[in-house]
Structures are given as C-alpha cells and as structure tokens.
Design a protein. Structure first.
Ligand SMILES: Nc1nc2c(ncn2[C@@H]2O[C@H](COP(=O)(O)OP(=O)(O)OP(=O)(O)O)[C@@H](O)[C@H]2O)c(=O)[nH]1
Ligand SMILES: [Mg+2]
Length: 281
C-alpha cells in the first residue's frame, strides 16, 4: 500500500468515520474468516467505544468451518457478539436478522421509538459493499429510503425498527511485517510486483508446512514435490505456461495466478490463521 497516500487520506477518512459512527447504535465489523486477526483494524476498540459491536467472520464459504467456529468462540470468550457469515450461504441471513431484531428489542427506553441504526465497517476487500447490497436485496420490508446524516448517505430500512447506513466505513489494516502476506493473500492489500511474488512464495510454504500440498497438486497437475517455494513458483509458472519472450518464466504472472486461485477458492477453502491456543490440525 502506498504509505504516503495511506497516511494522507487517513485523517479525512477517520473524521468521516467518526461522524458517521456518532449516529450508530450497532457496528457490524467485518473480518475475513480466513484471517480474522490480520484483517482486524488495530484501533477498532477505540473507534467503536460505547457502541454495540457485532463481529462477522465474513466469506466463511472460503474458510475452514472447524477453524472459523473456534474463532467465533474466541471472540465470544472476549465478550463480543460474533458469528460466521457469507453472502453465498443464505441460511446465515436468518441468524443475523434474528440478532438484529433482538438488539432492536433490547434498546433501552431512553432510545424512545427510534430505530436501531447499524453500520458496516472493515478493511478493504472484506466484502462490505457486497454485504450491504445483499442485505438490501434481502430486506424484509421495502420502504422509501430516508435521507441520511451527511454527504448524501442514506438509511435503508432492513427490518421493522432496524436501519442500515448505505455507506460502509473503510478501516485501515495493521501494516506490520508478519500480517502483510496474509493481507495480500486475502486481497486487502494490492499485490504490487514484489509482494505478489513473496506472498505467493509464503502461501506455497504455508500449504506445504500445514500438510496441504495435495491441494496445490490438484490445481497444478504436474507440480513436483519441491520443498522450496521459490522453485515451486517457477514450476507453477512452467505448468501454467506463464512464460516471457525467450522462454523465461514470468514469476510475476505465476505469483498472480497463485493469489487469484487462492482468492477464488481454487486452492481449497483454507484458513490462514488459527485462534490462540488452537494449533494447526
Ligand atoms: N467467497 C466470498 N466472496 C465474497 C463474499 N462477499 C464478498 N465477496 C467478494 O469479495 C470481493 C470484495 O467485495 P467488496 O464487497 O467489494 O468488498 P469491500 O469491503 O466493499 O471492498 P472495498 O470497497 O475495496 O473496501 C468481491 O470479489 C466479492 O465478490 C462472500 O461472502 N464470500
Ligand atoms: Mg466497497
């Protein structure tokens, strides 16, 4: 990520987010179910202090259910509301709508008859816009949108007494070294030239070290059993026909292929992070 642009835009984005949050009762925080810790904004606690917060482990259709349910328990043990979600798994919608109805019912009398107001927040590419569009399509009752608080935002009535802000809050990811490959892998950081190659190498190493090499062999028939991720990336480039003029292997294209395949689920549904205390396997 362009650090300069990042820090330059943070001030304005953070100010807008704070303004939006002022009107919100419940913050729906989207994390990528494959990397819930890496995809959590480090300042989310401070940003949402005093608000109800629901953690959605989103894109759960791409993660390992066994690991994701342990993450749900992990967050619940910490005192948060948490559930798995995916716009491709319609049965999950009922659980979410029930949660929203319960929150509405639990509003304090001081609230008066005002609706429960909710907002979706999360780092880039966790599926905020997709979730909002999905919920709007699925809403129980259609009614005219009411003008929102500022800058053309709208409140959308999802359920009787529950309104959603149509614009998500974009949060910034933690940019420390060890989470960068995970953020690139889940598409939350752009895979600029070098990151694509190093991230693909990291991912191949992860698959090998966690006993998932079979998933790679399934996707890339003919892939040798080399233990070296750099050599493996070259081999993938060869079997996938990622060649430069002159026949040299185009590592950048090979790396982008691996990342795209991971993001599309072509390398299986794999969780990249385990909650503390849960070892692999
Ligand atoms: N597998 C899967 N993919 C999803 C799901 N929800 C969203 N996506 C995909 O994730 C990608 C990013 O979704 P967006 O809704 O654009 O994410 P966003 O958080 O609004 O991203 P920014 O606007 O860049 O911050 C898209 O390719 C979506 O199709 C889901 O539940 N499962
Ligand atoms: Mg978006």
């Amino acid at each position: 990520m362009d650090k300069k642009r990042f820090s330059g835009s943070e001030g304005r984005a953070a100010r807008e987010l704070r303004q939006d949050l002022a009107a919100i009762d419940l913050v729906v925080e989207l994390l990528d179910a494959r990397a819930p810790s890496a995809s959590q904004n480090p300042r989310i606690g401070r940003l949402t202090a005093g608000k109800q917060r629901l953690i959605l482990l989103h894109k759960a259709d791409r993660s390992e259910p066994r690991v994701t349910s342990r993450w749900v328990n992990y967050f619940k043990d910490k005192g948060y509301s948490a559930m798995t979600f995916s716009i491709h798994q319609p049965h999950r919608r009922r659980v979410l709508f029930k949660y929203l109805q319960d929150c509405r019912a639990g509003l304090s009398p001081a609230h008066g008859r005002r609706s429960l107001r909710i907002m979706v927040v999360g780092i880039p590419n966790v599926g905020k816009s997709s979730l909002i569009n999905y919920l709007v399509r699925q809403r129980a009752a259609r009614s005219g949108n009411r003008p929102g608080i500022t800058r053309g935002r709208q409140w959308i009535r999802l359920l009787p007494g529950v309104e959603l802000l149509d614009t998500p809050g974009v949060l910034y990811p933690r940019l420390s070294g060890e989470v960068i490959p995970l953020l690139v892998a889940i598409g939350s950081l752009p895979s600029a030239a070098i990151e694509a190659i190093s991230t693909a190498g990291w991912l191949l190493g992860f698959y090998r070290e966690t006993g998932r090499a079979g998933l790679l062999a399934k996707r890339y028939p003919g892939l040798g059993s080399s233990g070296d991720p750099d050599l493996q990336l070259e081999e993938i480039g060869r079997v996938q026909g990622c060649l430069l003029p002159g026949g040299k292997i185009d590592l950048q294209r090979a790396a982008e292929t691996v990342l795209r395949d991971f993001q599309n689920g072509n390398l299986g549904n794999v969780s990249l992070e385990y909650p503390p205390g849960m070892e692999d396997k």
